[in-house]
Design a protein around this ligand. Sequence first.
Ligand SMILES: NC(=O)c1ccc[n+]([C@@H]2O[C@H](COP(=O)([O-])OP(=O)(O)OC[C@H]3O[C@@H](n4cnc5c(N)ncnc54)[C@H](OP(=O)(O)O)[C@@H]3O)[C@@H](O)[C@H]2O)c1
Length: 376
Amino acid sequence: MKYYTLGRSGLRVSRLALGTMTFGDDWGWGAEEHTCRELFDAYVEAGGNFFDTADLYTNGRSEELLGKFIADRGIRDKAVITTKFSYNAEPGNPNAGGNGRKNILRAVDGSLRRLGTEYIDLYMLHTWDRLTPPEEVMRTMDDLVSAGKVRHVGLSDVPAWYASRAQTIAEYRGYEPVTALQLEYNLTERNIENEFVDLGTTHGMGIMVWSPLASGLLSGKYRPSEDGAAGEGRLKTVEGSGNPAFEKLTKRNFAIVAELESVASELGRSMAQVAVHWVATQPGIASVLVGATKVAQLEDNLQALDFEIPEELRARLDSASAEPLRFPYNFFGPELQGMLSGSAPLGDKPPGYTPARSVAGEEASAATSGTGNRDQ
Ligand SMILES: NC(=O)c1ccc[n+]([C@@H]2O[C@H](COP(=O)([O-])OP(=O)(O)OC[C@H]3O[C@@H](n4cnc5c(N)ncnc54)[C@H](OP(=O)(O)O)[C@@H]3O)[C@@H](O)[C@H]2O)c1
């Protein structure tokens, strides 16, 4: 396992992070404590140091189990813990959720208690509440850094404009900057390519990917059937829940699964490994959160970086999963851009000059995912 600096920070994290949304069976699709401990041990023994949880996960059980396993192994200094606030666990109390200062200050103490730690390495807003101004969020998070409760801050599930504004406010007011964005990205959900990849790479926010397997779909365990889909796992358990993250059993997605199956078979790798590899090696991706309910699944996923996907096979995955470009992104392709440049040929600048955009993207990506700054 190699370690990379996250975003523009000096925090070194492993390329594969361990998602712990399945720690505890309180939601009916997680794992019991003894299995969670095995998952944790397998990840640590593979060299991983980056853990993701949230106050909401399995009603607080995920934080408790993670904190306990870290303490039992005596690795608090080595472990990089991410947790999040936003979701409300107290019906009827509007200030026990959302992103206002009152809730953040309440939530952080609950997370610290359940995790059994004095500080959180990366504290994240979990989901935009459509209300709280970024000034309030960034100032409060900065206070938590000053108080020693938090080391770095991040944003998950927010619009790109909000993250951009939050980072600008942090830069100009001297607050702790946003080090990471946590977003859904996988072969069935590629919308972040439109805004977030450029945003993260140019403004120092490493992208942490969630649901790299589209909640298990891309492992190939579900099959289309006459009554929708067949297969055992989370997506069947939560079918019809209304949570948009779980609506994956669609005709379009099964076409992507079919192409993935064919590519994985040519590579002699599991579909899960190829899906995780694809997302981990897309531009601007800092770390991928792998999740599991069984140790064999995690062991499978942890081998996702041990091989390469040749260009021709990658192009097949790209093409099967491509999403139509909607406005305004369809104005940024070669046809309309040619109308801006008067179709004059634009060459790359010689070495030593500020690189042209495509090269800048790669460089920024390297800086963000740490490929230019790795510990060997
Ligand atoms: N910020 C956010 O809003 C947000 C949202 C979601 C998740 N997250 C974070 O991201 C982490 C990962 O998300 P995720 O759990 O949705 O990731 P995922 O990789 O898309 O799905 C993981 C699930 O797929 C199945 N699976 C995993 N590996 C497999 C394999 N090799 N073969 C067959 N099945 C396999 C398991 O579920 P079954 O055994 O039930 O099939 C496992 O729990 C979470 O733990 C959490 O930390 C964040």
